[in-house]
Design a protein around this ligand. Sequence first.
Ligand code: UD1
Length: 344
Amino acid sequence: MNKKKTVLVAGGAGFIGTHTTVELVEAGYDVVIADNLSNSDRSGVEGVEKILGRKMAFEIVDCCNEKELEEKVFSKYEFDSVIHFAGFKAVGESVSEPLKYYSNNFMSLITIMGLMKKYNVQNLVFSSSATVYGQPDTLPATEATPRQKANSPYGYTKQVCEDMIEGMVAANPSMHAIALRYFNPIGAHPSALIGELPRGVPNNLVPFITQTAAGVRECLSVFGDDYDTPDGSALRDYIDIVDLARAHVAAVSRMVDGKNKESYEIFNVGTGKGVSVLELVHLFEEVNNLKLNYKIVGRRPGDVEKIWASTDLANAELGWKATRPLGETLKAAWAWEKHVRGIK
Ligand code: UD1
C-alpha cells in the first residue's frame, strides 16, 4: 500500500463511511475501515465489497480504545490520512443521554488524534454538521456565519470537536485538518447495495418517508406547517450521499496534494438550495410514482425553521459541487429501502 494513497476510514461501516469508501477507492485510494459496528453492521462493508468487486481491509475496533486502535490499526497499516466518522449522531438521544455523546464523540477524536501524532499521520477530515450554526441570522450559512450555542449535546460535541482539532493542528505544524459541515445527507448508492440503516424508529425525514412508503411505518408526521416559509414547513438543504462522499475525496486530495491554504479549514457541504419538508414529500411521491400517508402535526422541539448552505467556498477551494438532482436522490433512497425490505 502506498502510504500517501491510503486512508483510514474510522466509522467506515456506517451510512456516510460506506459511501465515502466507495468513492475513495474509485478515485484510486486504498482504504482501511475501522468500525465497532455499534450503529452499523457487516452488511455495509459487504455492500462496499460487492460494488467494488474486492475485499476491504476491515478491523472491528472501538476508536475510543487506544490500545486496541493502535494494535489493530495504527501499528498494522501505513496511511497518511484519516477520515473520522466514528461518532454518535442522534440528536434526541443526545438530549436524554448526554454523557454517552460526550464520552464517545470526544474520546474517539482524542484517541485518533493522539495516535495520529504518535504515528506521524498528517491529514484529518472530520465530519462536522450544519447544526453548529443553529438558526443563522442570515442565509445562506457561510463558513464565517457565527456558530450559535448548541441546542443539543450532539451539536455541542461537534462544536467542541472542531475546536479541539483547531488546537491540535495549531500545536503540531505537520498536521492538517479539514472539517466538513454537512447539511442534510440523504439517499443511497445508485447500485442500491449500500444505504442508511437506522436502528429502531428513524429520527430523520427521508428514512421515515421510505419506511412509510414500505409500510413499516403507518404515517409520516410532518413537524409543523406554520413556519415562516413559502408552504409553512421547515426548509433544509438535502445533500445526496454520493455527492457528500465525493466531498471527502476532494478534502483528502487537497491535503495529500499540499493544496490546503491553512492547516485547519472548514467547508460547508450542501447544495445551496433550501427545500421544504412538504416539497420533499411531494417530489418523493412524484418520482417514485406512489402516494405517501402523511399528516401535519406540531413542530418538533429543537428544530430550526430554515437553513441552507453557501457552497461558494467548497466550489472554489475544493473544486467540489453537488451534482445529483434531488429527484434522483429520492429514487435511490426508495430503491435502497426496497432492497432492504425485499420489495420488488
Ligand atoms: C438533524 C440535526 C443534524 C444532524 C442530522 C442527522 C439539528 C438541528 N439537526 O438534522 O445536526 O446531522 O439530524 O442526524 O439538530 N421531519 C418531519 N418528520 C419526521 C422527521 C423529520 O417533518 O418524521 C422534518 C424535521 O422537522 C425537519 C426536516 O424534516 O424540518 C429534517 O429533519 P431531520 O431529517 O431529522 O434532520 P435535521 O433535524 O435537519
